[in-house]
Structures are given as C-alpha cells and as structure tokens.
Design a protein around this ligand. Structure first.
Ligand code: AP5
Ligand code: MG
Length: 222
C-alpha cells in the first residue's frame, strides 16, 4: 500500500519547509514541481527554456507540460511506496489528471494538507527567504536563519534569493494561487481527504500538526 500526500498552500505557506520535516520521519520522496522546473532552468534543458518565462512572470506553466513532467517523475520506482507532492496539483485539470494517473496505478490520494497563511505573512516570508543553491533547503533571515551566515546548515552550499521572490512577482503568484489553485480546497474537501493546517504557527508547531494528521495513515511505511 502506497501513501500519497499533497502539500497544498499559497507561495510562502511553507510547503517546501514542511516537506523536508516530513521526510525526517517518513521515508518517501519529495516531489516539488517548482524545484523540477528550477533544476531544468539551471541545466538549461529544453524544458528549462520552455518554462523560464512563465516562472519569471509568476504565472503557471501550462498544464500539459507540468502534468507530463510530474507524471514521469512519480511513475519512477522510488515512488512505489508513495510520494510527498509539493506544488502539484495547482489547477483543477492537474488534480483530475493526477486522480486518473493514480487510478491506473491502483492508488489514491491519502491526505491533502491545506497549509493556511494570510497574504501579508506570505509576502514577509517570501521577501526574507534564502535558498541553498545546492540542495534547495530554504531559510528565512528572521524566522528560520542559517547557523553560519550565507551557508546551508545541511550541505554547506551558498544561499541565494529566488528570482521570482521580487515583490511584483510575489503578488502575481499569490493572485494566481487565489484564482487557480484555491478551488482545489473544495475539490479535495468534497473527496474527504482535506486536512486544514494552521500555517502561521512556528515551523515546529506546523510540523507537529502535520505529523499528527499523517502518522495514523503511515503505519505500513514507517
Ligand atoms: P513553487 O516552487 O512551487 O513555488 P510556490 O508555490 O510559489 O511556493 P514557494 O516555494 O514560494 O513557497 P513554499 O510554500 O514552499 O514555502 P517555503 O517552505 O519555501 O513554484 C514556482 C513556480 O513554478 C510557480 O510560480 C510556477 O510558475 C511554476 N510551477 C510550479 N508548480 C507548478 C504547477 N503545478 N503548475 C504550473 N506551474 C507550476 O517557506 C517560505 C519562507 O517562509 C522560507 O523563508 C521559510 O524559511 C519561511 N517559513 C516557512 N514556514 C514558516 C513558519 N511556519 N513560520 C515562519 N517562517 C516560515
Ligand atoms: Mg517551495
């Protein structure tokens, strides 16, 4: 039996931070569509060239491209036991495509963690965020600082800011979330898999609430 979890939330809500916390006790791959796109842009692949403009403008990459990329990733053998999805799905079309894919694989979504954070807090978080250029771990200048300034606690890589964290792009991404992704809350609530999480608590408290929601589902894996 696989365990498939979605982290749903606006830009800056803490999806990446919490995916990493989950992985500290749940041995499942973390699949972030945003990270897959950023890796492709860094390696300057065809996919990277194709998606760069959308990401820099803070718009969604078209569904067809995104669905193909994520489907290819989650059908690899390391996802046989399940997956922690971060940033996918983000539209109703993506959610339906994921349901269809899992159905063909004899699986279904077990839990959708809806990490709720107010807009003002999102903007503060994105403005203070620094990311490791090597392992993508994220830090925050005030809330979640690295131990040695400018260097990743986990791997020692250099920290950098994300191109799409500029204030005008932040606003655009948050609006896009409200228009295109927030409808998924209802979609998953109706399927009985949505769990609301108060994302404005500190990182440890959010991680604890998520653990309490996921642990009962994970007996066969941990
Ligand atoms: P993506 O990479 O998914 O970015 P996002 O959704 O905008 O989310 P972020 O990564 O900005 O935030 P997060 O929720 O992971 O927060 P984090 O943990 O870093 O997507 C980027 C782009 O790719 C999109 O705009 C789009 O163009 C494209 N894309 C990706 N997926 C797509 C899809 N499915 N379809 C189409 N296009 C797609 O935390 C943020 C900051 O807050 C950090 O500094 C962190 O340290 C801090 N923090 C975290 N938790 C807390 C807390 N509890 N208290 C205080 N500070 C905290
Ligand atoms: Mg992220």
């Amino acid at each position: 039996m696989a365990l498939d979890i979605i982290l749903l939330g606006a830009p800056g809500s803490g999806k990446g931070t919490q995916a990493e916390r989950l992985q500290s006790w749940l041995p499942l791959p973390h699949v972030s569509s945003g990270e897959l796109f950023r890796d492709a842009m860094e390696s300057d692949t065809e996919l990277g060239k194709l998606v760069k403009g959308y990401i820099e403008r803070g718009e969604l990459v078209p569904d067809e491209i995104t669905i193909r990329m994520v489907a290819e990733r989650i059908t690899r053998p390391d996802c046989d036991q399940g997956v922690i999805l971060d940033g996918f799905p983000r539209t109703l079309a993506q959610a339906r495509a994921l349901d269809a894919l899992f159905e063909r694989m004899g699986r279904r979504i077990d839990a959708v963690l809806n990490i709720q954070v107010e807009k003002q807090v999102l903007m503060e978080r994105l403005s203070g965020r620094w990311i490791c250029s090597q392992c993508d771990r994220s830090y925050h200048r005030q809330n979640n600082p690295e131990q040695v300034r400018g260097s990743c606690d986990a791997c020692g890589g250099d920290l950098e800011q994300r191109e799409d964290d500029r204030p005008e792009t932040q606003r655009r991404r948050i609006n896009v979330y409200e228009e295109q992704t927030a409808p998924l809350i209802r979609y998953y609530r109706e399927r009985g898999v949505l769990v609301d999480i108060d994302g404005e608590q500190d990182v440890d408290a959010v991680a604890q609430d998520i653990r309490e929601a996921v642990e009962p589902l994970s007996r066969e894996i941990v």
